[in-house]
Design a protein around this ligand. Structure first.
Ligand code: 2RA
Length: 342
């Protein structure tokens, strides 16, 4: 017997990826419900490339009783409105929004990093999916932390416009076209022109001058990996459609060489090491699109500290940064807790 699983936000870019990945990975689903707001009610979405079409149901009227789990990709307001109702009905919510991530009664899970934390889901029947920039970074950091204990991380991100949803992708496309034909590139979604530019600002500003995106990288990494790690982040939007990149500098308590780090990363779950010291011997965002892995390149020692490394990390933000991680949590939940299917 398989699961009854709902996908809320099924018409959005992350929701569609969730359906693609459930189908690709042959998730043991007996029944799948595609949910969205009333605006999309009656639309159809495809279950992966199976040709099987799912009719979109209005989440407002959906009764979650008898459903095993629901993956939510409907933003914090949608999660606030519906997650407690689903959870109370016995349907475990795997939430992609930021709303519950730092709730001490909600586990924040990256299955390659802290699968054991999932057992805490029973308190609220909700599990949180981390922010995209955090997810790929902790996959890269975890095996190195296990070996040499990380003291401090300095990260700069290069985040694609799909992190801001379809509107972000449309804006990059429109502005690029406008610039080519001599029309003005007016910003709507982003705060400045994104085409042929970079913007050092993602999410709201905080009182200390950092942004909420930067804060998320700090607090989520501590919750998932180790509260003792010091982290400072600068998050930047770049004119790339899909795929977040990160330049990560790591300082360790114990000694670790670049060669040792590479041999560890080569064997680490979720990691693909592509690191040749030659032209093109590294991964760029366009190459990671549609892939599951967190790609690591440019691993090298940092001679300015006793034990330090710098590396380059790239991943599909709609997949490992959102939909894939959520589906991996659903698989983990099935294996560890619900145990209905193999
Ligand atoms: C972004 N972190 O890239 C967001 C998406 N979760 O804007």
């Amino acid at each position: 017997m398989g699961y009854r699983i709902a996908v809320a936000g099924a018409t959005g870019s992350v929701g569609r990826e969730v359906l693609n990945i459930l189908a690709e990975r042959e998730f043991p689903a007996d029944e799948i419900a595609a949910l969205a707001t009333s605006r999309s009610q009656g639309d159809e979405v495809e279950y992966g490339e199976s040709g099987r079409m799912l009719k979109v149901q209005n989440i407002e009227n959906f009764d979650p009783a008898g459903w095993d789990m629901a993956i939510f990709a409907i933003g914090s307001a949608g999660s606030a409105a519906h997650a407690p109702r689903f959870a109370a009905a016995g349907c475990t919510v795997i939430d992609n929004a930021s709303l519950y991530r730092m709730d001490p009664d909600v586990p924040l899970i990256v299955p390659e990093v802290n699968p054991e934390a999932i057992d805490g889901y029973r308190k609220k029947n909700i599990i949180a999916n981390p922010n995209c920039s955090t997810a790929q970074m902790v996959v890269a950091l975890k095996p190195l932390h296990d070996y040499a204990k990380i003291k401090r991380v300095v990260v700069a991100t290069y985040q694609s416009v799909s992190g801001a949803g379809k509107a972000g992708m449309d804006e990059l496309f429109e502005q690029s076209r406008n610039i080519f034909v001599g029309d003005p590139a007016v910003p709507h979604k982003f705060t400045k022109q994104i085409a042929f530019n970079v913007i050092p600002h993602i999410d709201d500003f905080l009182d200390d001058g950092s942004t909420k995106e930067e804060w998320k990288m700090v607090v989520e990494t501590k919750k998932i990996l180790d509260p003792k790690i010091k982290i400072t982040a600068t998050c930047v939007r770049v004119p790339v459609f899909v795929g977040h990149s990160e330049a990560i500098n790591i300082e360790f308590e114990n000694e670790i060489s670049a060669a040792k780090a590479k041999s560890i990363l080569r064997e680490s779950p979720g990691v693909m090491l592509i690191d040749k010291h030659e032209d093109g011997g590294y991964v760029t965002p366009v190459e990671c699109v549609g892939d599951y892995a967190t790609f690591i390149s440019r691993v090298r020692e940092d001679p300015t500290v006793d034990s330090g490394l710098s590396l380059w990390c790239v991943s599909d933000n709609l997949r490992k940064g959102a939909a894939l991680n959520a589906v991996q949590i659903a698989e983990l939940l099935g294996r560890r807790a619900l145990k209905k299917a193999a």
